[in-house]
Design a protein around this ligand. Sequence first.
Ligand SMILES: NC(=O)c1ccc[n+]([C@@H]2O[C@H](COP(=O)([O-])OP(=O)(O)OC[C@H]3O[C@@H](n4cnc5c(N)ncnc54)[C@H](OP(=O)(O)O)[C@@H]3O)[C@@H](O)[C@H]2O)c1
Length: 321
Amino acid sequence: MKAIVRANYGSPDVLEFREIDKPVPKDNQVLVKVHTAAVNPFDWHILRGEPFLVRLMGFGLLKPKHGTIGADMAGKVEAIGKNVTQFKVGDEVYGSGMGGFAEYACLGENAAAHKPENLTFEQAAAVPIAGLTALQALRDRGRVQGGQHVLVNGASGGVGTFAVQIAKAFGAQVTGVCSGKNVELVRSIGADHVIDYTKEHFWLNGQEYDLIVDNAAFQSIHKPLRVLKPQGTYVGVGGSSSTVNVLQSLILNPIIAKIKGRRVVTFIANMNQADLVFMKELLEAGKVTSVIDRRYSLNDTPQAIRYVEEGHARGKVVITI
Ligand SMILES: NC(=O)c1ccc[n+]([C@@H]2O[C@H](COP(=O)([O-])OP(=O)(O)OC[C@H]3O[C@@H](n4cnc5c(N)ncnc54)[C@H](OP(=O)(O)O)[C@@H]3O)[C@@H](O)[C@H]2O)c1
């Protein structure tokens, strides 16, 4: 099969488009004929091995353990492992695994779900990491409630476009923060108010929020905490990814939060079937949809990753296999 592979950590330049053996599913995995894969910032972290912390998470200290990359995918089940009970050959599925930038890839049964019926493969592939991160940030970490005022910083990216729609589905009033070129997009997916960060800082306009979901935490945490209500929650999703900044948000932010008496949560999303099914229901009910920015072919995956790495995607970038 054709796949994108690499032998070492590095920039997208280390990627090669090659013919390799089809993977064989483990007992608890399904083999998927990938129709579409999606690119996430996660992919360039795994590609570069940066921040260094990701290498300590089982991806290989000096050299990558896995030759293939790509996590999110949608396609058809081609074969199943002997312990798989929920899927059969021919099922249309979506989920997050390893090696999605390829013609075939394996998905753990617990990180896969049936594809939402009203979505194309492309729309479905766009969901797993970004959609589940947004869902878990709002529902689990942020404990969002109807009627609350939620601010989504970085509202026009992969996580942000899902976060705005999911917050609306939970009945919240939503303010999205993005650059001027994306104001109309963020409004069109349901944001009640949109702040253009090139013209105005959200922490200076006097409005207070019950919940802040920060996908673009490039500023010191003191700033968003200024506009968080006393009982509110700040959920740090992403932003600067240097090792220093990651350690700072894991160690310093809870201390600052304690001093200021605010609830601050930093988390890493967890890919699981229950949440893919939860998203399938929201998607099939028409409450949420995927926003697709750009499409690339499999051999153009390095360009797709370079584009996402620039940090200004408008929704999701997908790879059509
Ligand atoms: N914690 C987790 O488990 C988890 C999971 C997924 C992602 N993440 C992280 O979350 C972040 C967002 O992920 P993503 O997939 O949404 O990335 P993305 O698709 O690349 O989107 C990034 C968005 O950030 C916006 N942005 C850039 N600078 C900004 C600023 N100063 N203020 C406000 N918005 C700004 C961009 O909008 P403009 O073009 O308008 O600037 C763009 O739409 C990344 O850092 C990623 O690594 C974390």
